[in-house]
Design a protein around this ligand. Structure first.
Ligand SMILES: O=C(O)C1=C[C@@H](OP(=O)(O)O)[C@@H](O)[C@H](O)C1
Ligand SMILES: C=C(OP(=O)(O)O)C(=O)O
Length: 428
């Protein structure tokens, strides 16, 4: 197993970085670009491994896609233009790809098989498969289609009314993508609001979707027109530098072009509640709000994170746990059992790895309890193949008293291939 000696005991972080494109929006730009008629151009696309998996799946479905760095051109063929793949579609490590693709493929007139890596093989699929079956989809897989490989025999779908049992943007989006191809109307009720990039993108491609509180309605048999999408920076990637600057001494970091969609900004609310020194300059940019964030070394205090805040920061919880370890007093994170079904069981991996570095952190059934104010020590840790655990540990290493060795650092390429380059650029 490859290991990396992390940069430790740094003096301060100063300067600015352009945050790479949002992963959720990059995936959707390829999917909607393929399903629209005509050309779509995407700028500031995230060339992380997950989004490259989405591109390769659509190439196998007969879509012409050209990528030069962060710019992508897609020759869309409409909802009826995809063709049967000759081989199994491999989503790699990407939960977003497999869940959303299942919704798309359910309504096609051919069959396809979806699979992924070892981590994907453990991630639940019936949350998507069950509502799609109610729409008429024919889907099989291991253990009643809970796990990969997933076999989809596409066909005619009908709109349904569905109350989501879990707050999940991936499940919501899969049902919307099926609903766009179904006869009649599809109504989805969310228990809590989740990221709304799918809804915004439908509007950007000239489609229709209506949202009223937690209820979303979408009509079937829609036609989309190719367009231009500019992807804002990913707040889930910015999160690592927000925390890094807040917990290191004499730091001041400007994070440019960060997506500020209110369904994603829970971490900013938490930083403010904990007393972080942070300023936000909003700018407008197409269908998604964005802006620059400045964060400085901060004196932090513990807080409680729960309820409808959780879906607004779900992927940031590993690095928020690190932040809390450097705050005065206790931080409680609850209502976050969804963390158990991410790339790893993030309740366990966060608690285990941060404990190795000397944090006082206890896993619970639906979250974490962190007793802050403990200084961190060196040690040997692992990403467990989970990009967000790897980056959280690299940020933790900045303040440890002693060397930190990270096993499986390459997992970070899933969402932030430029991470170590950006970190080194900010070191003073
Ligand atoms: O829709 C999306 O792009 C995502 C939704 C979230 O997953 P869930 O829908 O499983 O909560 C999030 O954790 C994931 O990183 C990306
Ligand atoms: C959970 C994540 O992604 P996905 O579900 O797409 O694998 C993530 O990026 O933290």
């Amino acid at each position: 197993m490859k290991t990396k000696k992390l940069l430790t005991a740094i003096h301060s972080l100063r300067g600015s970085i352009d945050i790479p494109g949002d992963k959720s929006i990059s995936h959707r730009s390829i999917m909607f670009g393929a399903l629209a008629e005509g050309e779509t151009t995407v700028t500031n696309f995230l060339p992380g491994a997950d989004c490259l998996s989405t591109i390769s799946c659509f190439k196998q479905l007969g879509i012409h896609i050209e990528r030069e760095g962060k710019q992508v051109r897609i020759q869309g063929k409409g909802f009826n233009g995809l063709t049967e793949p000759k081989e199994v579609l491999d989503v790699g490590n990407s939960g977003t790809t497999i869940r959303l693709m299942t919704g798309i493929l359910a309504g096609q007139d051919f069959s396809a098989v979806l699979t992924g890596d070892e981590s994907i093989a453990k991630r639940p699929m019936t949350r998507v498969v069950n509502p799609l079956r109610q729409m008429g989809a024919r889907i099989d897989g291991r253990k009643g289609a809970e796990y990969t490989p997933i076999f989809i025999r596409g066909g005619k779908l009908e709109g349904i009314r569905y109350e989501l049992p879990v707050a999940s943007a991936q499940v919501k989006s899969a049902i919307i993508l099926a609903g766009l191809q179904a006869d009649g109307e599809t109504t989805i009720i969310e228990p809590e609001e989740t990221r709304d990039h799918t809804e915004r993108m439908i509007q950007a491609f000239g489609g229709k979707i209506v949202k009223d509180g937690h209820t979303i309605k979408v009509g079937g048999n829609q036609v989309f027109k190719g367009t231009t999408i500019h992807v804002p920076g990913d707040i889930s990637s910015a999160a690592f530098f927000l925390v890094a600057a807040a917990i290191t001494k004499d730091s001041e970091v400007v994070l440019k072009n960060v997506g500020l969609n209110p369904t994603r900004t829970g971490i900013l609310d938490v930083l403010k509640a904990m007393g972080a020194d942070i300023t936000i300059e909003k700018k407008t940019s197409g269908g998604e709000p964005a802006g620059d964030i400045t964060v400085r070394s901060s004196r932090l205090k513990g807080t409680t994170i729960s309820g409808d805040l959780i879906p607004r920061l779900i992927d940031e919880i590993p690095v928020i746990a690190l932040l809390a370890s450097q705050a005065e007093g206790m931080t409680t994170i609850k209502d976050a059992a969804e963390l158990k079904v991410k790339e790893t069981n993030r309740i366990d991996t966060v608690a285990n790895e941060l404990s190795i570095l000397g944090a006082d952190i206890t896993p619970t059934a639906d979250g974490l309890i962190i007793n802050g104010g403990k200084s961190l020590n060196g040690g040997s840790v692992t990403s467990h193949g989970d990009h967000r655990i790897g980056m959280m540990l690299a940020v933790a290493a900045l303040i440890t008293d002693g060397d930190v060795e990270l096993a499986d650092p390459d997992a970070i390429d899933v969402s932030y291939p430029e991470f170590f380059e950006h970190l080194t650029h900010l070191m003073k």
